[in-house]
Write a protein that binds this ligand. Structure first.
Ligand code: PCA
Length: 199
């Protein structure tokens, strides 16, 4: 028994076998519409989706082509290492729930493919460049002609390129835009998109 302001207080012992549940966080590097001030950043900010905490700005350790494609002006990081630029973006700490929500948004692994890659952390206090292993949504199995597009190093939907992103709610559900970019998908095929996979 302890006494606080004269009243006896009983210490409640921690029950045996009860553990604190630790949330496992993973790092995601975003380079497109998920960045701050871009059209899909609200996914990371919505507590109903889980945890999405901004960590730092960063850029890819490897060069990749960052392009804007399809009639909806969607940004894609083409999995073609060594081509393009060191791409700028943002690192977030996310929990499993948020990661699974992002996978739905990006339609991983059917459309974008999420892979671990080295990201250089900007403004890190140490003098050596700090590298974080982060998940990144790449486009694989893309049409080779996409490599002839303009390469960006820092995406903005409102950039001087004039290729403003079109939100999925405004798109034509009968148009298969994946056919414009995927080598294994035909452009003429128009199949309605499942409502849960709207990248
Ligand atoms: N969203 C993901 C991949 C491309 C996109 O628009 C991102 O921002 O990283």
């Amino acid at each position: 028994m302890h006494k606080i302001s004269g009243f006896p207080v009983q210490r409640i012992p921690k029950p045996i076998g009860v553990h604190t549940i630790k949330t496992i966080m993973q790092k995601v590097f975003v380079y497109g519409t998920l960045k701050k001030n871009e059209p899909n950043n609200y996914w990371l900010q919505d507590p109903n989706n889980g945890i999405g905490n901004f960590v730092a700005d960063g850029y890819t350790k490897t060069k990749y082509p960052l392009i804007i494609a399809t009639k909806y002006n969607i940004p894609f990081l083409l999995h073609s290492p060594g081509n393009g630029h060191f791409v700028q973006g943002e690192i977030y700490d996310v929990d499993d729930k948020m990661l699974s929500k992002l996978d739905i948004l990006e339609d991983h692994p059917n459309y974008y493919v999420r892979e671990i890659d080295d990201i250089i952390v900007k403004n890190s206090s140490s003098s050596d460049p700090q590298i974080e292993k982060c998940w990144v949504y790449f486009l694989k199995n893309f049409k080779p002609e996409l490599l002839k597009r303009e390469y960006f190093d820092n995406y903005s939907s409102h950039g001087s390129h004039g290729l403003q992103y079109m939100d999925r709610s405004k798109r034509d559900p009968s148009y298969n835009h994946k056919g414009e970019i995927k080598s294994d998908s035909r452009q003429s095929v128009s199949e309605p998109e499942p409502s849960r996979t709207p990248p």
